[in-house]
Design a protein around this ligand. Structure first.
Ligand code: GRF
Length: 187
C-alpha cells in the first residue's frame, strides 16, 4: 500500500517563488491549499492559473484573532496537516502557533541563528561574512527561533550587492525547501 501523502497548506504574502518550488517539486506531500493575507499577491494568481485551491483573507479592519480564525478554518477545511510559510510577512499569534504546535515550518534567508528578522543579506555583508545562506526551521513563538531542520550555504562573492546575493540565496531556497518539507512530513 502506498504511504499516506501529507496535506500541506502554504501561506504567502507576495511573489511566491518558494511556494512554486514547493508545488513543482512536491513528493511525499500534497499542496492542499495556498492562503494569503494579500488577495492580489502574485503567487495567488499563479496558484489559481495552475488549478490549485486558494484562500485569501485581508487582515484589514478586523481583529487579528478573527483574521487568524478565518485562515485556520480554511486550512482545516482543506484537511491541512502541515503549514509551510513561504514569504508570509505577518507574525502569527502565540495562540495560532500553539494550535499548530510543531506543525508549522518556515524558510528564512540566513544561516540561523544568525540574522533573524529582516534585511538579512545586507546585515551579513556589513558584518563581513564570507558565507550567507538560508534555513528551514520549525515555527515557535520566538521569531525565526525554532529548531533548524536544514540549511544551505551560499558564498558571498566580491562585487555582490544585497540584491545579487539574495538572488543566489533564493535559488538555494528553491532547492532546500521542498527537500526539507518532504523530510519533515515523513518524520
Ligand atoms: C524568501 O527570501 C524567503 O526566504 C523569505 O521571504 C522571501 C519570499 O520570497 N522568508 P518568495 O515569495 O518565496 O519568492
Amino acid at each position: 500500500m502506498a504511504a499516506p501523502v501529507t496535506k500541506v497548506g502554504i501561506l504567502i504574502s507576495g511573489r511566491g517563488s518558494n511556494m512554486m518550488a514547493l508545488v513543482e517539486q512536491a513528493r511525499g506531500y500534497e499542496v492542499a491549499l495556498i492562503a494569503s493575507d494579500k488577495p492580489d499577491a502574485a503567487g495567488i494568481a499563479w496558484a489559481q492559473q495552475h488549478g490549485l485551491a486558494t484562500f485569501t483573507q485581508s487582515p484589514k479592519g478586523i481583529p487579528k484573532a478573527e483574521y487568524e480564525a478565518a485562515i485556520d478554518a480554511a486550512l482545516r477545511d482543506a484537511s491541512v496537516e502541515i503549514i509551510a510559510l513561504a514569504g508570509y510577512m505577518r507574525l502569527l499569534s502565540d495562540d495560532f502557533v500553539a494550535r499548530w504546535r510543531g506543525k508549522i515550518i518556515n524558510i528564512h534567508p540566513s544561516l540561523l541563528p544568525k540574522y533573524k528578522g529582516l534585511d538579512t543579506h545586507a546585515r551579513a555583508m556589513e558584518a563581513g561574512e564570507a558565507v550567507a545562506g538560508c534555513s528551514v526551521h520549525v515555527v515557535t513563538e520566538e521569531l525565526d527561533g525554532g529548531e533548524v531542520l536544514g540549511q544551505a550555504e551560499v558564498p558571498i562573492l566580491p562585487g555582490d550587492t544585497p540584491d545579487t546575493l539574495a538572488a543566489r540565496v533564493l535559488e538555494a531556497e528553491h532547492r532546500l525547501y521542498p527537500r526539507i518539507l518532504a523530510e519533515f512530513c515523513a518524520r
